[in-house]
Design a protein around this ligand. Structure first.
Ligand code: ATP
Ligand code: MG
Length: 350
């Protein structure tokens, strides 16, 4: 199910890396950067196991939301381990930060905040914090990597490159950290988009396999990641007026600085109204957030009863875990419990 696993069959420069890492002042943060399928997770697994075999405590920070090893998907996760492992997918998350998508493009803020917060925690608990990242190293991906590095200030950033394609990026990082460049292993395999998607499918499915459905009283929680449930409810008169004006069936609406309405029908054009198509709310990913802002688990929104302010949400979290939730955060991916991804929503959609 996971692409990367532990192997000793690595290029010689991995041992040189280990010698450098081993001598770093502890606690030390090491960030791994490279393109898609460049062997980042394989390297992270190698390095972590080597350090563990020398008796160190290692924290792995999985921020590769496109191809996560550690569950749950669409979050950034921190795990702590001092025993050898074959694949990071065996490890259980200690803390997660909710991103709500499988691509960082509209979620730079969530990604860098999550990485920073979890790296800080990792430093308190482990000798080494190893940070795995997405393979997004082109265009805006370069900015994302820089933002992460600026905030986390890793003691060492390791780059994986085939030739010299990351040289420019490496130069710009020398300001923040010590850098080291390694060769992509000749054994590294490329995975097609559809294989990547099917690996993600397995992950979603595994996470939701023992999920159960809860009726959640939304009035008891902070609701974030959406303009819904913010502001005053629209009056019955406003509802009728808006329905007539735009030819919609409206289920709910709020007046903040503008109207946010949830309805059925085609999206009103040339208006200031923030329109949310009711259908796009089904199978939407939500995060269950605790007092500290960390994500205790994720859920799939099945239905909202706006009149009663209640939602049907499917999640593997147990009743007692749900007691520690203070906030429900809306994500931007629709997915079914069998792992089928139904599409991404824009940041503005909710
Ligand atoms: N040294 C190696 N020996 C054998 N196989 C390797 C080695 N390095 C990488 N691979 C293989 O190449 C593939 C890609 O490696 P890996 O998953 O570690 O890359 P990644 O950069 O983490 O990818 P992603 O961008 O999806 O996160 C995997 O199937 C992995 O097993
Ligand atoms: Mg990876």
């Amino acid at each position: 199910m996971n692409k990367a696993k532990y192997t000793e069959d690595v290029p010689e420069d991995r041992n040189e890396l280990f010698e450098v890492v081993y001598k770093l002042e502890r606690p030390a943060k090491i960030m791994v950067i490279g393109g898609t399928d460049s062997g980042k997770t394989t390297l992270v697994t190698f390095l972590a196991n080597k350090l563990i075999s020398r008796g160190f405590k290692v924290a792995l920070l999985d921020s590769d939301i496109g191809q996560k090893s550690i569950l749950p998907p669409a979050t950034i996760s921190l795990t702590l381990t001092s025993s050898p492992f074959q694949s990071p997918s065996e490890l259980k998350a200690l803390k997660n930060y909710f991103v709500g998508s499988i691509t960082p493009s509209s979620h730079f803020g969530e990604v860098v905040t999550g990485v920073r917060r979890l790296a800080e925690l990792g430093e308190e608990l482990a000798d080494f914090v190893i940070i795995d990242t997405t393979g997004y190293v082109e265009n805006a991906g370069r900015d994302l990597k820089r933002l992460k590095a600026e905030l986390v200030k890793p003691e060492l950033i390791v780059f994986l490159q085939k030739e010299s394609e990351l040289e420019e990026l490496i130069k710009s990082f020398r300001r923040f950290s010590r850098t080291m460049s390694l060769r992509v292993s000749e054994k590294a395999l490329g995975y097609s988009r559809s294989r990547r998607r099917s690996i993600r499918k397995e992950k979603w499915k595994a996470y939701f396999q023992n999920a159960q459905s809860y009726t959640v009283d939304l009035s008891k929680y902070l609701i974030s990641g959406t303009e819904m449930f913010h502001g005053e409810d629209i009056t019955p008169e406003e509802k009728t007026l808006l329905e007539k004006l735009y030819g919609l069936l409206i289920f709910a609406g709020w007046k903040n600085r503008r109207y946010t309405i949830v309805g059925a029908g085609s999206s009103p054009q040339e208006t200031d109204i923030h329109y949310i198509d009711f259908e796009r709310l089904s199978n939407l990913l939500v995060g269950f957030i605790d007092q500290e802002g960390f994500c205790l688990g994720i859920g799939i929104l099945k239905l909202i009863n706006f009149r009663e302010k209640k939602a049907e949400i499917l999640t593997p979290l147990r009743q007692e875990e749900l007691r520690n939730i203070v906030e429900i955060r809306f994500g931007r991916i629709r997915v079914r419990e069998d792992g089928e991804e139904l599409g991404l929503l824009s940041r503005e959609a909710l």
